[in-house]
Write a protein of this length. Structure first.
Ligand code: ZN
Length: 432
């Protein structure tokens, strides 16, 4: 992508996040549904509903949760907490309640962050039936003794779990799975940034030539990937590479967490992109914690799915608080995450293996119009050192990514050099 296109994409992703920010998402319900509805305006998205009560492996799809209002009034009748001001004020999946209780009892239902007294924490209780509110610690400390009126107008009813799937076919059935969670309410880096990068990726890939087929899942965390995996046993075998996208928009360096396999092709491709990008990066080993890679990399599934993010969950002070807002994610950071994912997908698309057909000493490059560098006769500008690396390592044992890894040169340079050598008749392409 050109720089200006990337800048446009960054702004586009940020404004999509801004549109989705006010929706009260959860693992089921109207917020998740309207989020997917909005995404379907930008990409071809099939929205699926899976009925509450459906058994998915060891789990059961819960009842659908919908909330209309939630507030607390102090002894003088002033509203001191109101869900309409911020989605994070309510503990996600709270049971309905209407009662008058003394402050001491109310306090057992209130969650705050004494260390970050101005922020609202994010809390949920999906599988344990309870209710509660979240508020800044400063506000909690100001509450006076007395009787408080509490209202949560919410329903838990048989309905469904909603997820979205965007399928972009390539010329082969080999699939790349891209998965984003959509279950967090007003949190920008932790869910909206991944969603926005996912949508931008789908739009980019849709207008490129593709060998691989891309399947994007926009799903509630954990229960969504468990559901999808349980319902698609035959698709699983076609998935050759995958990425979970999350925390994709903050200013921290890009972080890649490897798949459980550890040296899967996606692990190598993402690792190579980061090592040659010229910017700070982090590569982490797999651990069975984090986002939906936990499910994709469970032992019975064991897909080559890594996790692409910037600052990992739990490592930044804004994590799971009201400070994970639209200011916390930056258009240029979203664009940077997008470009790194696209660079890795370029490797997935274009990796191949060649054999040098003149391996007895170096061929005289001048005889093939390849000496003096530049490759000005083509769109592709090859590098002389890249030509030498490709010639030297194309012995039948190394694919282009292996050559890029060993030379430390970006894959695209190695790919260009190989294309020039191929055209000059110095390489033979190995059947893949
Ligand atoms: Zn989260």
């Amino acid at each position: 992508m050109y720089l200006t296109d990337l800048e446009d994409a960054g702004r586009g992703m940020h404004s999509l996040a801004a549109e989705l920010y006010p929706l009260c998402r959860s693992i089921t319900g109207a917020g998740a549904r309207s989020t997917l509805q909005r995404l379907s305006e930008d990409i071809p998205l099939e929205i699926h509903e899976v009925r509450s009560g459906t058994q998915v492996f060891d789990w059961i799809i819960p009842q659908e949760w919908n909330i209309r209002e939630a507030w607390i009034k102090d002894p003088k009748g002033h509203t001191v907490v109101n869900f309409t001001n911020h989605n994070l004020h309510i503990v996600g999946y709270s049971m309905p309640v209407r009662c008058i209780i003394p402050l001491a009892e109310l306090k057992t239902r209130l969650f705050s962050l004494p260390e970050q007294p101005d922020l609202i924490p994010y809390r949920t209780s999906y599988y344990n039936k309870t209710w509660g509110f979240c508020l800044p610690h400063r506000d909690l400390e100001r509450l006076e003794e007395g009787e408080y009126e509490v209202c949560i107008d919410a329903t838990h009813s048989d309905g469904s779990l909603t997820y979205g799937e965007c399928y972009i076919p390539g010329t082969t059935d080999d699939e790349v799975l891209i998965s984003c969670h959509i279950c967090h309410p007003s949190l920008a880096n932790d869910n909206l940034a991944g969603i926005a990068v996912g949508v931008a990726l789908a739009r980019q890939l849709a207008c490129r030539a593709r060998r691989l087929t891309y399947r994007f899942l926009f799903i509630p965390g954990a229960i969504g990937s468990i559901t999808w995996l349980a319902l698609h046993p035959t698709v699983i075998a076609r998935i050759k590479h995958g990425l979970v996208l999350t925390c994709a928009g903050d200013a921290g360096p890009v972080t890649y967490k490897k798949s459980r396999i550890g040296n899967a092709f996606i692990d190598r491709a993402m690792g190579h992109v980061l090592k040659t990008c010229g910017a700070e990066y982090r590569i982490e080993e797999f651990e069975p914690y984090g986002y939906d890679e936990r499910q994709y990399c469970s032992p019975g599934i064991n897909l080559p799915v890594g996790c692409l993010m910037r600052s990992p969950h739990g490592t930044f002070p804004e994590y799971h608080t009201s400070a994970d807002n639209l200011e916390f994610i930056k258009p240029h950071c979203l664009a940077d995450t997008l470009s790194k994912a696209l660079a890795a997908f370029d490797i997935l698309e274009h990796n191949t293996k060649y054999v040098n057909i003149k391996p007895m000493c170096e061929p005289k490059l001048g005889n093939y119009g390849l000496y003096g560098g530049g490759g000005g006769q083509r769109n592709c500008h090859f590098d002389e050192l890249a030509l030498l690396w490709v010639l030297n390592l194309s012995d039948g044992g190394n694919d282009l990514l292996a050559i890029a890894e060993r030379s430390g040169m970006p894959f695209c340079k190695i790919q260009c050099a190989a294309a020039a050598l191929d055209q000059a008749g110095l390489l033979r392409r190995e059947p893949s």
